[in-house]
Design a protein around this ligand. Structure first.
Ligand code: AMP
Ligand code: MG
Length: 351
């Protein structure tokens, strides 16, 4: 099977193509589509066969549950047992948007969709193409990121084609996504809401609205003594093919340390890649493959380019990659969560 690729813009969705996409989904097929976070691989969330097809296409372990996407506020109630007041408040503030909520699931959601859990993850994306497709498909679309499991999430339709072009029915190309990192996941199945995955909506923003909100311990402790609660967060994800390590510290020390590491690796005959910023990229040895991830002055650019840069390195011949750390003010948590996972938590301290 070779996926049909249809192009459109978020401002002007091609409603005829979307109607066809909706039919494919209703008939149990798979359609990849843009959202404001990353591209999603959609299947009918209420159809257990469709969910199983998603796992197969991605090569995703079937204990890693899918997020159910909706396109109207009133679509939430039928798929959950209850909506706690704080969840309602959060939905009213941030939906549609890059926010996923975990709630106790209703019977109609098949266990295949939730990886056997009795809770369900739900998100209402803000992208118009995504919304129209979900509505055309009947209202409930399970959609994990549209990448092969383990590879960086796709931020363009070309990334989707590289990974899944031969395994799904349709790809809707809506251009580059807006945010570039997956949604913030908040778990409401416990007394105090817990962030299971950091994203564009930060812990501080959640606390401002909800009061007490915790960060999942499994995200903070990385020695595997505590498992993250979101099953997907335990896997080494987003990994480039080369060996990636993060060099942390004050900017000048980081540049010195990376330069020294480059010399050592090159002495062993290894091609080195560097993930730098607009501000620092000119300061590294020219023998390396140097890529800027964006500007420290605009953290959105860093979030936006992270996965693309990791993918680009897969096409080059770098055997080792050293990256600066990006603990930026608001999205730093989300960016570093992804980058450290990509590096298998390999970090080097620069003095
Ligand atoms: P993706 O769809 O690729 O963005 O990944 C979805 C993430 O949500 C994975 O890390 C899942 O483990 C997590 N997730 C989905 N449903 C649940 C749930 N019911 N409880 C906890 N985590 C979930
Ligand atoms: Mg994913």
């Amino acid at each position: 099977m070779k996926a049909e690729v249809v192009s459109m813009t978020t401002e002007k969705p091609d409603m005829e193509a979307i109607r066809r996409g909706g039919e494919i989904l209703k008939n149990g097929g798979l359609v990849a589509f843009p959202t404001e976070t990353v591209y999603g691989l959609g299947g009918n969330a209420l159809d257990s066969q469709a969910s199983m097809k998603i796992y197969a296409a991605k090569g995703r372990p079937s204990d890693n549950p899918l997020i159910v996407h909706i396109a109207r506020m009133d679509a939430l109630a039928p798929i959950v047992k209850e909506i706690p007041p704080k969840a309602k408040l959060l939905a009213e503030k941030y939906w549609p948007g890059p926010l996923t909520m975990i709630l106790p699931k209703a019977e109609i959601v098949p266990p295949e969709t939730t990886g056997g859990l009795d809770s369900v993850a739900v998100r209402f994306p803000s992208d118009r193409i995504a919304q129209e497709l979900i509505l055309a498909a009947g209202g409930y679309v399970a959609a994990p990121s549209a990448n092969t499991s383990g590879r960086p999430s796709p931020t363009t339709a070309q990334h989707v084609e590289e990974d899944l072009g031969g395994a799904i029915d349709m790809i809707i190309d809506g251009g580059q996504v807006g945010i570039g990192l997956e949604s913030t996941i908040v778990d409401f199945t416990e007394e105090i809401p817990v962030v299971l995955r950091p994203g564009y909506i930060s812990l501080e923003m959640l606390q401002e609205l909800l009061g007490d909100v915790k960060m999942d311990k499994g995200l903070l402790i990385t020695d595997s003594s505590v498992r993250p609660k979101a099953p997907g967060m335990k896997y080494r994800h987003y990994a480039p093919r080369a060996d990636l390590a993060i060099v942390e510290g004050e900017t000048e020390s980081v540049i010195r340390k990376i330069t020294a590491l480059v010399k050592a690796a090159e002495a062993e005959g290894k091609k080195v890649g560097i993930i730098a910023t607009d501000e620092t990229m000119g300061r590294y040895p020219k023998t390396c493959i140097i890529k800027s991830i964006g500007s420290r002055e605009e953290e959105e650019t860093i979030a936006h380019h992270l996965y693309e840069v990791l993918r680009e390195f897969d096409e080059g011949d770098a055997k080792v990659i050293y990256s600066e750390a990006f603990y930026t003010p608001r999205m730093g948590q989300a960016i570093m969560n992804r980058l450290l996972k990509a590096a298998g938590h390999k970090r080097i301290q620069a003095e």
